[in-house]
Design a protein around this ligand. Structure first.
Ligand code: TRP
Length: 351
């Protein structure tokens, strides 16, 4: 049996890449089909700047297990999310697109971090408080330790930047706390300290039925969310049914969250400021706003839906992309876990 004392050297390509580019990482939970909110709030933004980073984008199937999943649906959602990334324009040669459970180190590091986290800090997580209060009895342990697995996702790749929604910022802060604690405890720079990146205001898309709540892929009202699988007809119908506000005037007014949400969607698609859009709606009715928003959304996500369907119908290519990316990600993940194992006194397996 040999005791590994050195971290395997990364290959030269990885080395030069990681010297010049910062690491950006983000992930999506395949608990359902992605929505227009996921697309405008995350994906569409990344397409603009991801090429300047060494990127890891993945589907967190292990996170999805914190709620009971239908196995076949989980598999479909996992693959579809990645097909959506490709269809939205993420180039698999420039970003690693993979499935979380294919890189086994996520689960390993998650356990090690669990042993360094406190029940107190996890109990303070807003998402845990929300979800557990809704579950009543029998709260799953996975819901409680969910943020630790997320921390492992981030820390494994020595990540610099984590683009997330406002609701996930607290989890990135916990990740930073865990990383600082471990670095301090073992007196080595085991992990880089990541920064959250919150998308600019305006990218937060709300439910079409309750514009005070975020559009969510797990909303039980099918009219509340536009899914990236919706047909053009379904999109138009949902916008026609969208809840607007009392009054008739189209203005950017916090008292009119329904109208504001439609304007936000248009602004995220066209990149025009809301004030300019409002100008164009002077003297027009809510009906115009709903229909024109629907048309813009159809033009924007219709092609992504069609492309995703095509990618999913020729699965060999998708599988190849996922396999190669998981292999490349595993190399980096293994570097980090080896460093951690050594610092903690865990014997590395003989090679
Ligand atoms: N928790 C995130 C969400 O619900 C998903 C996620 C898991 C994630 N691991 C991550 C996001 C790592 C960013 C980085 O949206």
């Amino acid at each position: 049996m040999s005791i590994s004392t050195t971290v395997p050297a990364p290959n030269s390509k990885m080395n030069s890449e990681s010297n010049t580019k910062k690491v950006m990482l983000s992930a999506v939970t395949p608990s359902n089909t992605l929505t227009l909110g996921n697309y405008l709030g995350a994906l569409k933004n990344w397409v603009g700047f991801y090429e300047n980073y060494d990127c890891y984008f993945f589907s967190v199937d292990l996170h999805a297990l914190t709620a009971r999943q239908d196995p076949k649906a989980l598999l479909d959602h996992t693959l579809r999310a990645l097909a959506n990334y490709l269809a939205a324009g993420i180039d698999p040669k420039k970003a690693k697109l993979f499935i979380q459970s294919h890189v086994r180190q996520h689960a390993e590091l998650s356990w090690i971090l669990t042993c360094h986290a406190y029940m107190g800090e996890l109990s303070r997580m807003t998402q845990f408080k929300d979800k557990s209060s809704k579950q009543g009895q029998n709260i799953g342990c996975g819901i409680f330790s969910y943020p630790i697995l997320m921390a492992a996702d981030i820390l494994l790749y020595q990540t610099d930047l984590v683009p997330v929604g406002e609701d996930q910022k607290q989890h990135v802060e916990l990740t930073r706390d865990l990383a600082l604690r471990m670095n301090h405890l073992y007196d080595t720079e085991l992990f880089k300290i990541p920064e959250p990146f919150i998308a600019p205001v305006g990218a937060r898309i709300m439910s079409l039925q309750n514009p005070l709540a975020k559009m969510s892929k797990s909303d039980t009202d099918p009219n509340a969310s536009i899914f990236l699988t919706d047909s053009n007809d379904q999109i138009v119908k949902k916008f026609k049914k969208a809840v607007t506000d009392s009054g008739t005037e189209i203005t950017d007014d916090p008292a009119k969250p329904g109208v504001k949400n439609l304007l936000t969607i248009q602004s995220a698609i066209t990149k025009k400021p809301i004030a300019e859009l409002v100008e164009g709606y002077r003297g027009k009715m809510y009906g115009h706003l709903k229909l024109e928003t629907a048309e813009m959304v159809v033009a924007e996500i219709g092609p992504i839906r069609d492309k995703s369907n095509q990618i999913l119908s020729e699965q060999t290519e998708l599988m190849k992309i996922l396999r190669e990316a998981a292999q490349a990600a595993s190399v980096q993940a293994e570097l980090t876990t080896t460093k951690v194992r050594e610092a903690l006194g865990l014997l590395s397996p003989a090679r």
